[in-house]
Design a protein around this ligand. Structure first.
Ligand code: ADP
Ligand code: NA
Length: 327
């Protein structure tokens, strides 16, 4: 697709779930063949905006590396790296932070939400979107895959590119959003909420490393309703419709086709069908994660090579930034 560079990041806060896979990672994999340059970062600097246990964080970083590789991120085609190994992210973040204002950040939805939950949010949590802008601009990225919830953060990155360019002369392209048109996967226990790793209910979320038995149990327990026929109507029947969404996405077909396959099945039988489809798609991924996770040195090597390549791209950009700023 001509030129262009894609950047995206994911926090190392546990193994991805089905929502992450279908809403983000599947798309990350296909972007590798659509753009000549693609960077995917395990954004550990972002993750410490919330308290993290060091040993667990270290282990989560390797879990995430294994998960991304197992899902199809290919280090030959994408630069897969650990954010904290490229110190330019933090340095550019500081410079960009000096180009925006507190009121601009205070209105961003994530801060509003998280600082409401926790009255004493950290400075890092507040400036998180500035670091995100630095992540993107550091590589002069042109395209950023985002969920709807991240659109306003990307707008900050676009603003900061413009502000920097106005102040110091053209340097950064304004990154464009690649909005994924995938449907949100909902919690299996409360289909009015999205599936999320922060959901405390263990039966609500299917992790990509769940065993076939776990998957079967969680799908069996999924909240549906008192109509036994399978239809797709997310407003009136969110639970069953969520199963249809999962089924369709896992089998790579449209929801109409998934509903057609459910003809004649009651929701109990349909849950067994959905279980089979999920297990079939997830088994090779789970097995590959296990295989990769057994060799942490290899994973560390992949990340350190990726970080090296990322630094090679970042260093000249930051040199230019420093010079323009007057350092
Ligand atoms: P979580 O809410 O589980 O912490 P994140 O906010 O870290 O997930 O999201 C990582 C990526 O996965 C984002 O691109 C986000 O849009 C996508 N994503 C997260 N949850 C879902 C979901 N339930 N359905 C579809 N996509 C999702
Ligand atoms: Na989240």
């Amino acid at each position: 697709a001509g030129g262009g560079r894609v950047f995206s990041g994911i926090q190392p806060t546990g193994v991805p779930h089905l929502g992450n896979y279908l809403g983000a990672l599947e798309n990350w994999v296909s972007l590798q063949s659509q753009f000549p340059s693609v960077l995917y970062s395990i954004v550990d600097l972002h993750s410490i905006t919330q308290p993290q246990d060091p040993a667990l964080l270290r282990s989560n970083i390797l879990d995430m590396a294994a998960s991304l590789l197992a899902c199809g991120i290919d280090p030959e085609r994408a630069i897969l790296f650990q954010q904290s190994q490229v110190s330019e992210h933090a340095e550019l973040s500081w410079i960009l932070g000096c180009l925006t204002t507190m009121p601009r950040l205070r209105h961003l939805p994530q801060w509003k939400m998280k600082s409401k939950q926790k009255k004493d949010g950290s400075v890092g949590l507040f400036t998180y979107p500035v670091l995100q802008a630095a992540d993107i601009l550091l590589y002069k990225s042109t395209h950023v895959p985002v969920g709807e919830d991240q659109v306003q953060h990307l707008e900050l990155a676009q603003d900061l590119a413009r502000i920097f360019n106005n102040h110091y002369g053209d340097l950064f392209p304004e990154p464009a959003a690649l909005l994924s048109c995938t449907r949100k996967v909902k919690s299996l226990r409360d289909p009015s909420a999205k599936m999320s790793k922060s959901d405390p209910h263990t039966m609500a979320t299917i992790s990509i490393t769940d065993s076939p038995d776990d998957i079967a149990l969680k799908v069996r327990r999924a909240v549906t309703d008192f109509t036994s026929e399978v239809t797709f109507d997310p407003e009136a029947r969110p639970g069953v419709s969520n199963l249809v969404t999962i089924h369709a996405a896992m089998a790579r077909m449209g929801v109409e086709e998934a509903v057609a396959q459910a003809a004649g099945l009651d929701t109990g039988a349909y849950k067994r069908l959905v279980t089979e489809v999920v297990i079939q798609r997830m088994t090779p991924i789970r097995e590959e994660i296990q295989r990769l996770r057994a060799d942490p040195e290899h994973l560390e090597e992949v990340l350190s090579q990726g970080s090296c390549r990322a630094r090679e791209l970042a260093a000249p950009v930051l040199r230019e930034v420093r010079q323009r700023v007057g350092f």
